[in-house]
Design a protein around this ligand. Sequence first.
Ligand code: NCD
Length: 347
Amino acid sequence: MYCKSNYYSIFLIKFLTKCYKNFVKYYNLIKENKNRNGGSKIFNIKNVISIKDFKKEDIKFVLDEASKLEKIAKSQETSNKLFGKILGIMFFEASTRTRLSFETAMKRLGGNCIGFTGIDESSIIKGETIADTSKMFESYSDTIVIRHPLEGVAKFISDIVDVPVINAGDGAGQHPTQTLLDLYTIKKEFGKIKNLNIALIGDLKYGRTVHSLSYALGIFGAKMHFISPNDLKMPDEVLHDLKRKKISYHETNDLKDVIDDLDILYVTRIQKERFPDVEEYERIKGAYIIDKNLIEGKNLIVMHPLPRTDEIRHDIDDTKYNKYFNQAFNGVPVRMAILKNIIKNNK
Ligand code: NCD
């Protein structure tokens, strides 16, 4: 009798211990998942084609992740999170920052890269279609990042391959990862985005960075001023999207109208390569030149996706106004955050 009850007690204790251990295990898993996502839902975006693919929570999640990855981005810590993974880089247009920061991001996370910049480095020059080329990238890599002069190409590729596709600029369309690093830079500088006064100035017609950025700034409640020559105004499709989201904005040709109210002056290059007529470019170039004299004493920062031509004078480089070089560095942690989550999500 004694033996039997002893046997039952031991069984019960073992059973309860197992239940308790399982409870602790699942509780920690839930907690870890919550922390990982900054309390928000799990990031489950597969393709990064447009900034409109992101909800506000998704953007917050990426910015939060990026700040956790800063030490690795700066090489103060090492990581092997993407060990064995390969990023396929298909760039049909020139790039310095976007390509190199994607490569750095992948390598800092222990992964690797393959790819090309320009069609003469691939069989496209022999007449291979971009669809066939993408199929090759799909079999050699875990995710593809693509830059192309035609709007819509990144979306087209994402429809024919199974690995995630990231749009690193499609013509005058979108440049979503640039927007995420722009927002990250703003958040680092001001601790917030809401109610900041920001002017997007220059080529708002062909500049893809401002097409993506205006949408994101709008959903975060920034106050936007669009400053451009009449021929380079923000396209109707972009304005239409803003109106549909009930996002307000102010348009002008003259920086002097708003300069005293600004927190951020976001300068863009006149996109020479997208002008159908070079004479038209020659007429418009140099429309806005930002120099030290113009901004001295103002309480603002200057951002630019780079490369610059003549729109930001070099006398700003060594001043507190210059945030464009920091902005370029911020591409690394932000792209690390995207790659880490997108590659993991595709498993
Ligand atoms: C921009 C681009 O390619 O759209 N550059 C970048 O990605 N950092 C801006 C430009 O080329 O003017």
